[in-house]
Design a protein around this ligand. Structure first.
Ligand code: SF4
Length: 323
């Protein structure tokens, strides 16, 4: 028996299958490329060659595209990233007090007290420090992103890089290259700057206590981990499945829901082959004039989202009982 979690972000779509002991048995990473429907269907194409629908007991979604993903797959729950990341982290260690999460396009901090989310902050505006920004710098320096952190670790000294904004950080890196600093020193300086930026912005006013878990794709970068440890003054931990924590959390919550209700709304892996598409319209129901998105499967409407008042999405909710 497996539980599925689907995390649809603006950069990547992650699909996790976990077993009854909440161990990750399958992970699929796909680029969303602005088309979450296609990304989910591609993932399901891979899964349907390996699993039967009857083996999937529950399904949940998370991420910025969770509502569209929920409508497509017939999710039992659709939860925000704060809840799913915290759920997955607490499953690893009940004593976790802080989660640092840095993904492709955004970053967050989650403060946990006695196993409950006490406070959080998200940054979706500033690109500096996100995975996409680090990808871009690695590409510019012609260093594989997987090697980026190792470069930082090789540096004998650091150089101060202005990390407050992506544009300044990049131009300051170029300036330091021109001054003759080597790549290792510059990359270490960049990691230090991005960590300072994170702690001064998203971490502002937050008490960061151990145990800290570092999650999201950027946690692969050992240079960032080290820079956080230097700033905080204690060890931080990167969970084994650091890049899949949102999807794993969604799967855990979906299982808990289905255990209570006794049945899943999951529509099955066959939807990989169906013609799924969306159309939007402006609702005239009130002055908000929401842009509502309708999801079709083979010309049948399977869900709505984008309305502020649930006038339309409640039709989805009726059908699939979304949380
Ligand atoms: S969906 Fe609801 S809030 Fe949005 S315009 Fe229609 S009635 Fe108003």
């Amino acid at each position: 028996m497996y539980y599925m979690g689907v995390d649809v972000g603006s950069v990547s779509t992650d699909i996790a299958l976990i077993d009854e002991e909440y161990k990750l048995v399958e992970k699929i990473y796909l680029r969303t490329k602005g088309n979450p429907i296609k990304a989910v269907q591609e993932g399901f194409k891979i899964l349907k060659n390996k699993y039967e629908d009857s083996e999937i007991y529950a399904a949940g979604t998370t991420g910025s595209g969770r509502m569209i993903a929920a409508a497509i797959i017939g999710a039992d729950v659709a939860k925000n990233e704060i809840t799913t990341h915290a759920t997955a982290a607490l499953e690893i260690d009940k004593d976790v007090k802080t989660i640092i999460e840095i993904g492709g396009q955004d970053s967050k901090i989650i403060i946990i007290n006695n196993g409950i989310v006490n406070d959080f902050a998200m940054n979706t505006v500033c690109a500096a420090g996100t995975g996409s920004f680090l990808d871009r710098q690695a590409e510019r320096l012609e260093i594989p992103i997987e090697e980026f952190g190792n470069y930082a670790m090789k540096a004998k000294s650091t150089v101060r890089i202005a990390g407050r904004c992506a544009v300044f950080a990049e131009s300051d890196m170029i300036h330091k290259q021109q001054l003759g600093y080597n790549y290792a020193e510059i990359i270490r300086g960049l990691c230090d700057a991005l960590v300072r930026n994170y702690l001064n912005n998203i971490g502002k006013g937050k008490t960061i206590l151990p145990k800290v878990l570092f999650q999201g794709g950027v946690a692969a970068n050992i240079g960032m981990k080290k820079a956080f440890e230097n700033e905080l003054g204690f060890e931080i931990f990167v969970p084994e499945n650091f890049s899949m924590m949102g999807a794993i959390g969604a799967a855990i919550i979906a299982n808990e829901r289905v255990k209570k209700t006794g049945k899943t709304n999951f529509r099955g892996l066959k939807l990989a082959d169906n013609n799924i598409f969306s159309r939007s319209f402006d609702c005239e129901g009130c002055p908000n004039k929401c842009e509502v998105v309708k999801i079709y499967e083979n010309n049948n409407i399977i869900g709505y989202f984008g309305d502020r008042c649930t006038k339309w999405s409640s039709k989805t909710a009726e059908k699939s009982k979304l949380a």
